[in-house]
Design a protein around this ligand. Structure first.
Ligand code: HEC
Length: 129
């Protein structure tokens, strides 16, 4: 569904993403302690190549899970567009920190890079609708 216009662009998508937030976070948190699925290897998903990694982990999974960050690959121009869209969503970060995040994402989540494996529960937090 929802394939005819920008998949992530619609107002409905935004509302839905906001509504999903609680559910999605629940899914992530339930996972580790319960051990229902293999533990996430966070070093594989977010290679520890610099400060961008922790900035992402600490600031980017409040509204949605890590799933869109990991599975959606963007060219530099697409990422720069994303950055303009997302800047205000992490208002507590400095411009410098946000730039570090943006460069980290370009380095690791651009077309041509291997997409880290995520458990189905996490994939479902982004693709289910
Ligand atoms: C205040 C809430 C919020 C925070 C914090 C947030 N996001 Fe998002 N993000 C969203 C919403 C809502 C969407 C759904 C699409 C949209 O509205 O742009 C989204 C979508 C995305 C997407 C999919 C592509 C797109 O733009 O739709 C990516 C990638 C992403 N976010 C990465 C991040 C990263 C990286 C961070 C940390 C810098 C982050 N998000 C922090 C709310 C947030």
């Amino acid at each position: 569904m929802n394939t005819t216009r920008g998949i992530w662009g619609g107002r409905l998508t935004r509302l839905f993403a906001a509504a999903m937030m609680g559910l999605a976070m629940g899914a992530v948190m339930a996972q580790a302690p319960a051990g229902r699925s293999p533990r996430l290897d966070m070093d594989k998903i977010f290679p520890p190549t610099g400060p961008g990694r922790n900035l992402v982990l600490n600031n980017c999974a409040n509204c949605h899970t890590i799933t869109p960050i990991v599975v959606i690959q963007m060219t530099r121009p697409a990422r720069e567009r994303w950055a303009r869209d997302h800047r205000d969503r992490v208002g507590a970060l400095t411009d410098q920190e946000f730039k570090v995040i943006t460069e980290y994402l370009i380095k690791h989540f651009s077309p041509g890079q291997p997409i880290p494996q995520l458990p189905q529960e996490l994939l479902d937090t982004w693709t289910n609708y």
